[in-house]
Design a protein around this ligand. Structure first.
Ligand code: SF4
Ligand code: SF4
Length: 113
């Protein structure tokens, strides 16, 4: 049996995994700066699924923060595949405000394999 946490159990190192490793290795102030930069690039505010409640609560960057806390409940389409953050961070999934962040959706998909 392979011990937990060995390279054999690591997910394939695609662009998302590489970017997450880079982020984890950054000092906290640089992580905060990067997150602010990504927030300014997020196009969720223009999405038909987004709503006033989410805007007022300043909910954004769902691909990182996960599901909308209590505002978004209905999927009216998702702009994530066209977002520059998706390209830069190597995201595979979408509808993060309803389905959970990229990390959660990848984990869910892994459990179904
Ligand atoms: S991929 Fe989606 S959730 Fe992530 S920043 Fe872009 S629009 Fe926002
Ligand atoms: S995560 Fe996707 S569906 Fe949700 S608000 Fe952002 S662009 Fe729209």
């Amino acid at each position: 049996m392979t011990p937990f946490g060995t390279k054999e159990e690591m997910p394939p190192e695609d662009m998302y995994v590489k970017m997450q490793k880079q982020m984890v290795a950054m000092p906290l102030d640089q992580i905060m700066k990067k997150v602010s930069e990504l927030k300014t690039m997020c196009i969720c505010p223009q999405c038909p699924t987004n709503n006033e409640c989410a805007k007022n609560a300043k909910e954004t960057l769902f691909c990182s923060t996960g599901r909308s806390f209590h505002c978004i409940t209905e999927n009216k389409g998702c702009l994530c595949p066209t977002c520059p953050v998706a390209n830069q961070m190597g995201l595979k999934y979408q509808s993060f405000c309803l389905m959970g962040n990229e990390k959660a959706q990848r984990f869910d998909a892994m459990l179904k394999m």
